[in-house]
Design a protein around this ligand. Sequence first.
Ligand code: 13P
Length: 246
Amino acid sequence: MAVIAGNWKMYKNQGEAVAYLHEFAPLVAGSDREVVLCVPFTALAVLSDKLATTNIALGAQNVHWEPAGAYTGEISPPMLTDLGVQYVTIGHSERRQYFGETDEQVNLRLKAAQSHGLTPILCVGETAEQRQQGLTEAHILAQLAQGLVGVKLTQLIIAYEPIWAIGSGNTCQPEEANRVIGLIRKEVAFLQQVDSQVINNVHILYGGSVKPDNIDDLMAMPEINGVLVGTASLDPQGFARIVNYR
Ligand SMILES: O=C(CO)COP(=O)(O)O
């Protein structure tokens, strides 16, 4: 089943979140896709009850690795599961870029999320500069090698998000996204020493300027098992069109 996840980033207060849901939920009610909304922490509680009667799953955008403690400003895995959260993005490029998140921290967050029953969405991807220098593959492989130590593949989603494609309107060509995701799949199988059956069950998503007008071409690619959508997920009509791709 394809995973279609929205990442609202730092947008929408409680009232806006509820209004969105009222418009969005009926538009995707018949969908056989796994629909996920990764919303700001402040919108989790108000959406939690309301999502129970829908086919939409709740996601957060970050999680700390300790279950509790003196970590001012952080949110723990049990705090998320208490609110009915099922998914959490980890290692998004904006966290790595603006908040100095390292592969070691990403690894700690991934393991903690899994041990509390959350399904992490691990984000990896290269900058424009790395791509120009031919370092795309090496960079992503390093992120995977360090990030996935001790992480289970049975409860994991990976998202390939080239940084140059995020919020730029400059989507990665479907064939190129397919190629890189194929490489990610091969590398993860190698790192974790699993066979093709196991690795083919791991959902690998594409993210970066996914829109209603490019979703069909992206999802036609054999390696792409879903998408992680930023800007276009903020509009309920547009995101429903993405969920209901051909
Ligand atoms: O960062 C993203 C999703 O996590 C992608 O953002 P955009 O869809 O706005 O490019």
